[in-house]
Ligand binder design. Structure first.
Ligand SMILES: *Cc1c(COP(=O)(O)O)cnc(C)c1O
Length: 223
């Protein structure tokens, strides 16, 4: 598996565009991440708290760790001291816990609100209404909401995928172009697009892509 070549290929595709690549390394061993690291790539996305904690402990400390999976409130404390960006905030309760743990660690944690965009799937996330309520609520001093994240329906229907991306982009624009309405003028990240659909996502306005299998190869899950 030519990990470094795969990253270079994608970085070439996005060069000159305002797009950030997050290499999704869930289930992959440290040795594979180190291949990327040794070639100068230092931004990884993980889905599972324990796995992220283990990798953070055993790898160099200048890595930017993104948490992209479903996050349980009672596990925030394990990653709060070092996580760079949490993509998957899906409730006010979770955001409040992140704020609490960030305060304990004397830092501010950047977060994305995960918005439910899939038309026929069970992906997690919040509705646009819930998102607006959180953005209008009193700000929590130790979290910074810096953007939105979304995942499309698992389908081959390109028209549908585009439609779902576009819906999130439109919502994002209503927030970023009207910052005076909200106490959060700092929304600058739109995280959408994975291995199978990041090209479409970028065409529809994504500026952060989360690519796993196209870099590290397919994943085998154990039950
Ligand atoms: C696993 C995962 C990815 C990467 O998926 P690939 O299809 O392997 O690129 C991206 N985002 C989230 C939230 C994921 O869980």
């Amino acid at each position: 598996m030519a990990i470094v070549e795969n990253i270079q290929f994608i970085e070439k595709e996005i060069s000159g565009k305002d797009v950030t690549l997050v290499a999704v390394s869930k289930t992959k061993p440290v040795e594979m991440l180190m291949q990327a690291y040794n070639a100068g790539f230092k931004r990884f996305g993980e889905n599972y708290v324990q796995e992220l904690v283990d990798k953070h402990e055993s790898m160099p400390k200048d890595i930017e760790w993104h948490f992209i999976g479903h996050l349980q409130s009672n596990k925030v404390k394990y990653i709060a001291s070092f996580v760079s960006l949490i993509h998957s905030v899906d409730s006010l309760k979770l955001l409040q816990e992140i704020n609490k743990q960030a305060t304990k660690n004397n830092r501010v944690i950047d977060c994305l609100l995960q918005i439910y965009i899939a038309e026929e799937d069970t992906k997690s996330g919040m509705t646009e209404e819930e998102c607006l309520e959180i953005l209008k609520a009193e700000t929590l001093p130790n979290v910074r909401i810096v953007g939105l994240m979304g995942m499309t329906t698992l389908t081959d229907d390109e028209t549908q995928i585009r439609r779902e991306f576009k819906k999130l982009k439109d919502f994002y624009q209503t927030l970023t172009f009207n910052p005076q309405r909200l106490p959060h003028p700092s929304l600058t990240i739109l995280s959408m697009g994975m291995s199978g659909d990041y090209v479409l996502a970028i065409e529809e306005g994504s500026n952060m892509i989360r690519v796993g299998s196209k870099i590290f190869g397919g994943r085998v899950y154990q039950k």
